[in-house]
Design a protein around this ligand. Structure first.
Ligand SMILES: *[C@@H]1O[C@H](CO)[C@@H](O)[C@H](O)[C@H]1NC(C)=O
Length: 390
């Protein structure tokens, strides 16, 4: 009786231990950042961590468990700044949600070590400025959402301490000398809606050659000249709705520019007439009228000045060329690798054949030697027999 219950409790203990080992092993395979819930996402089989709305003041860590995370949702927390290397422990990161925090400061190397980052939401924060080189390491960055940062300025507050990237283009007569708002060779979508932007510096968008969609809706812009947009050679959608744009020469120029560049607007371009609240839709006829009625007459020559556009296209071509070369290099390396492998195999084959041959030869020689020895033996015995006969 006692023996049975002992056996049972032993079995139970073993079971518990097995369970413990299982839990330990599996949690150590992929620990989740503290206070977050981790789950394999059904979308594209990505693994993610949901850390939203947890009053977090620092980015949570997980003793190595961050390594495989591709989606991290940190929205609705209390983060105040993003220090250098903030996400370098998350090298697989593709989608990062940081909306609705209190982020004011983002250090220049905050996104270092996350080369696969594609989409960043920084909406509803207190950003004042972004370091222009912030996304330099993010070579596949596609989308940045900055919606609802009412303190954001499109120009760094202090004079530039670093030389601007893309110095190769500075030689050409007058591309912008001041640093851009942000720079990225790959960025396709930038949302700057509701950011209290009331002025677009000429150089703001001079380093975004791939930008296709720019959202500037719900800002207090009263004037949008095509000049600062001129460097966006890939732009196809511009949202300017919800801005109190005033009718004037710049509106005429903008309208013509949009048409010539085949840039779509989310809603038709409108402006309010000076000295009245009349809102008019700027179409081709209005544009034509605008270019005539103002005195002095509107200067439309700006449209012909396509230096910025050319610089953007040069940059795009440069990026393409780099990409092509990288692919070519890879191909070359694969080629060299296979050639070396083939050579090694060939050498091994030759050595093997050679060895096989010498082995055969040696065997043959040995056999011949043995035969010769036998013959010799026979011959040696012959005279003896002769003697015996004699
Ligand atoms: C621009 O942003 C606003 C709000 O942030 C959004 O409603 C609108 O659809 C966006 N425009 C485009 C073209 O995506």
């Amino acid at each position: 009786m006692a023996a049975t219950s002992g056996k049972e409790s032993w079995l139970g203990g073993a079971g518990l231990m097995a369970l413990g080992v299982l839990v330990l092993c599996c949690s150590s395979v992929s620990p989740c950042p503290q206070r977050c819930t981790c789950h394999p996402l059904s979308v594209q089989a990505m693994s993610g961590a949901d850390c939203a709305g947890k009053s977090l003041k620092v980015i949570p860590r997980a003793r190595g468990g961050e390594k495989h995370l591709q989606v991290v949702d940190l929205s609705g927390n209390r983060l105040r700044s993003l220090p250098d290397d903030a996400f370098s422990a998350f090298p697989s990161l593709k989608y990062l949600f940081l909306s609705d925090n209190m982020i004011q400061v983002v250090e220049e190397y905050a996104f270092r070590g996350v080369p696969d980052l594609e989409v960043v939401y920084l909406s509803e924060n207190g950003l004042i400025t972004l370091p222009p080189a912030l996304f330099d390491d993010c070579v596949v960055l596609r989308k940045v959402v900055l919606r609802g940062n009412p303190l954001l300025r499109l120009r760094p507050p202090a004079p530039p301490s670093r030389p601007v990237a893309f110095s190769s283009l500075d030689g050409a007569s007058s591309p912008p000398q001041l640093p851009p708002f942000i720079s990225s060779q790959s960025l396709q979508e930038l949302d700057l809606s509701s950011c209290a932007v009331d002025f677009i510096p000429d150089e703001a968008f001079s380093a975004l050659p791939n930008l296709k969609k720019l959202n500037l809706s719900s800002n207090p812009l009263t004037e949008v000249d095509p000049r600062p947009l001129g460097s966006l050679c890939s732009l196809n959608t511009l949202d300017l709705s919800g801005n109190p744009i005033r009718c004037g020469c710049s509106t005429g120029r903008l309208s013509r520019w949009l048409r010539e560049r085949h840039v779509e607007t989310a809603r038709a371009l409108t402006c309010t007439r000076p000295h009245s609240d009349d809102m008019i839709t700027v179409d081709e006829k209005e544009e034509e009228k605008m270019s005539r009625v103002y005195s002095p007459p509107c200067d439309m020559t700006l449209l012909k000045e396509d230096k910025f556009y050319a610089a953007c296209q040069a940059r795009l071509a440069e990026a393409e060329e780099l990409k092509r070369r990288a692919v070519e290099n890879k191909k070359t390396w694969i080629g060299v690798g296979s050639a070396v492998a083939a050579a090694v195999v060939l050498v091994l084959l030759v050595v093997w054949i050679f060895r096989k041959r010498t082995q055969k030869k040696r065997l043959k020689e040995e056999r011949a030697a043995r035969l010769a020895a036998k013959e010799k033996n026979k011959l040696d015995q012959q005279p003896l027999r002769d003697d015996a006969d004699g």
